[in-house]
Design a protein around this ligand. Structure first.
Ligand code: B12
Ligand code: SF4
Length: 428
């Protein structure tokens, strides 16, 4: 039997079903493998409680998920499990993918699943039982005392072949009660992004390739969430939901026809939206689009390879306002060549365009991003390397012209500014 663990974490958004783990569980179950989920976010479970609960299930293999902010906690869980029970331990998700070698060196981590997890973990589990797991493609593990990094596994070609995430194995309704807003759920309709933003770790995770589920397959899951679980608000978590604008239109058409009454929100780029598409999305229940703008200074956008210009931003924000979709601007403070002056120009830009809501993050140099790999090339000095603080809201690095102290001062101004108090700077 397999146990998958969602590590504990308190987020301003409240908890959600970890659909990455849900997909992995769904595929195991489809192949007749018994799998259970321990979701430590819903009940704010401690490490000791997780160990007790997992021990009582007596699994052969335990898998835990991790992003940067949850990496130290996830390691702590696996160590505590190894100290208490005999179990094979696996880590998956963003952080172990990028820090695979150092993670697999730890004697309480038996294998790291890199990248997309469904097929790799299935093969790992199947070959664990016949003792040949070390040759599984896509894993990093110890073999005869040395860490080996097996070749990458190809990406899943057709995402429609995957079962829906195993929502029934999570305390889904309990999570929906605690979500902000209430009765919200997350859903993934595509994976990957072909763009090259230097601060981003998501493009490299899915190898700069965009793959989308068909509109019909997406719509089936939407209906299941709406009618089986009573979801009222759907947060589409794709890196770039509208990359294939035709597909976005098809999904919108299905929603308009069915009248599910479900509100939804998605993330996009200003060059992958048009006024007619926004109009249709609005009719289909979309109430807000989160636009990755990052900076109000063109030279900074160019330096990080964002590939958009500020006129496009203005144009799309106006189109959103015209059709009645909230324009949420997502910005990063502390990007390469940022100074206090450029950061203030960004704040002015946000005000001038009058975004309906704003998300402002500090630059966190996440493993997998170009800035993490080559900070000097971008003039970035990483001051704080504690991944547990990489949750966006603390400045952790400096540019030559913008120290941590100056950033902290700027934050005080942002937090006291009536414009930002009204618009919020975290929750969309
Ligand atoms: C939905 C979401 C949330 C939700 C739910 C989080 C959750 N536990 O699932 C909420 C709103 C609660 C949230 C909160 C936070 N999030 Co968030 N979130 C996302 C988002 C938008 C989608 C994640 C997702 O569902 N992807 C789709 C699934 C299919 O992919 P996946 O999760 O990577 O899973 C696959 C593989 O990684 C692998 N895998 C994953 N786990 C495991 C485990 C095992 C054992 C195996 C074998 C395989 C495996 O297999 C899966 C299927 O292929 C991403 C951005 C993005 N586009 O991915 C940000 C993102 C993951 N979040 C991020 C951050 C920083 C946070 C917060 C710290 C924010 C905060 N200040 O509170 C918190 C931390 C909460 C937490 N416990 O993780 C960052 C992480 C950056 C990094 N490199 O570390 C991201 C990438 C956003 C960004 N643009 O930078 N988040
Ligand atoms: S920031 Fe957005 S557009 Fe840029 S590479 Fe990452 S996912 Fe793609």
């Amino acid at each position: 039997m397999i146990v998958l663990i969602n590590p504990p974490y308190v987020s301003e958004w409240g908890p959600r079903v970890n659909i990455g783990l849900g997909y992995v569980a769904g595929v195991l179950r489809e192949h007749g493998i018994e799998v259970r989920i321990v979701d430590a976010t819903a009940r704010k479970t401690t490490v000791d409680e997780i160990v007790n609960s997992v021990s009582s299930m007596g699994p052969d293999i335990v898998g835990v998920s991790s992003i940067a902010a949850t990496y130290p906690g996830s390691l702590q869980i696996l160590k505590a499990l190894k100290d208490n029970i005999s179990v094979f331990t696996v880590m998956g998700g963003l952080m172990p993918t990028y820090l695979d070698t150092e993670t697999a060196e730890l004697d309480y981590v038996d294998a790291v699943v890199r990248g997309e997890g469904e097929h790799t973990f299935l093969e790992l589990v199947q070959s664990y039982y016949d003792g040949t797991f070390t040759s599984t493609r896509g894993i990093t593990c110890r073999k005869n005392g040395a860490v080996v990094r097996n070749p990458d596994r190809p990406l899943i070609d057709d995402l429609d072949t995957l079962p829906f995430p195993a929502y029934d194995l999570f305390p889904t309704r309990e999570l929906m009660q605690q979500s902000i807003p209430k009765n919200a759920a997350v859903m993934s309709t595509s994976r990957g992004c072909p763009y090259n933003c230097a601060f981003c770790s998501m493009n490299t995770f899915f190898r700069r390739k965009w793959r989308g589920r068909s509109a019909a397959n997406v719509f089936e899951e939407m209906k299941m969430l709406r009618y089986q679980y009573g979801v009222e608000e759907l947060q589409i978590v794709d890196e770039l939901f509208t990359f294939d604008m035709k597909r976005t239109e098809q999904i919108s058409d299905l929603l308009i026809e069915d009248q599910t009454g479900m509100r939804w929100i998605c993330e996009s780029r200003v060059d992958r939206l048009s006024e007619p598409l926004l109009k249709k999305m609005k009719k289909a229940g979309c109430y807000a689009v989160c636009l990755g703008v990052e900076s109000g200074v063109q030279s900074i956008l160019d330096r990080v390879g964002k590939g958009i210009d500020l006129h496009q931003v203005e144009h799309v924000v106006q189109a959103c306002k015209k059709v009645g979709i909230k324009a949420i601007g997502s910005f990063i403070i502390g990007l390469p060549s940022e100074t206090e002056d450029t950061a203030r120009q960004t704040l002015e830009f946000i005000k001038r365009l009058n975004f309906d809501r704003v998300i402002i993050h500090n630059l966190n140099p996440y493993p997998g991003s170009d800035i993490y790999e080559n900070p000097e090339a971008y003039g970035i000095t990483v001051v704080n390397k504690q991944f547990s603080t990489y949750h966006f809201f603390a400045p952790v690095c400096e540019t030559d012209g913008f120290s941590i102290k100056q950033q902290a001062r700027l934050w005080l101004d942002i937090l006291c500014d009536p414009f930002f108090i009204k618009r919020g700077i975290t929750i969309p």
